[in-house]
Design a protein around this ligand. Sequence first.
Ligand SMILES: Cc1cc2nc3c(=O)[nH]c(=O)nc-3n(C[C@H](O)[C@H](O)[C@H](O)COP(=O)(O)O)c2cc1C
Length: 200
Amino acid sequence: MARILIMFASSYGQTRLIAETIASQLRHRGHQVELADAFGHRPPAPGSYDAVMLGSRVHLGRHASEVLEYMVEHRGALAERPTAMFSVSMAAAGTAEADPNGYLATLFGAVGWWPSLSIAFGGALPYRRYGAVTRFVMKHISRRHGHSTDTSRNHEFTDWDAVVAFADRFDAEIEAAAAATGPDDPTRTASSPLRSSHLS
Ligand SMILES: Cc1cc2nc3c(=O)[nH]c(=O)nc-3n(C[C@H](O)[C@H](O)[C@H](O)COP(=O)(O)O)c2cc1C
């Protein structure tokens, strides 16, 4: 059993829903999982966790600055444990590509840190939750990209099987790191965590 932190940045709820689904799958696998809203209180440092997952929505081609700042501030501690990052965007809707618009590569390149695992998930178009201006703009962008322009309802593009599979991949990564460290290693504490093998 590992202690896992999942920090997420969500403006309209889809990234939060994905974070909650991953948390529930990792709990099902026997781990203790804590969720932290990047837009809420100052998120906890990685030091008290065996593994950390970060998730962010994409707005105007960028992930949330709160997530980027967390990476920069905690780069050293993150590099010492299994880590994962998921990105949520409309660019990733309807494709199995790991980083369709290069949003993740841009982020990791800017920070100079790469997690053990990363993936891009298709997000949502919650037209009914947008204000009038955002609904108008998103409808026109959606038309350009061939997504639904029916603003009378919300639309979801997340592949939930892929979300659960990503949680399982992270579980396998954590188990592999724990096996490499050894279950009875008396030196392993929260501040001396599992080692990440940095799979891509
Ligand atoms: C103001 C705004 C800007 C967006 N910009 C992008 C973008 O640049 N690229 C993209 O692929 N998706 C973009 N999207 C789509 C969001 O990434 C998608 O709706 C995602 O589900 C948002 O996650 P959230 O519900 O957690 O906020 C944008 C959405 C909004 C509302």
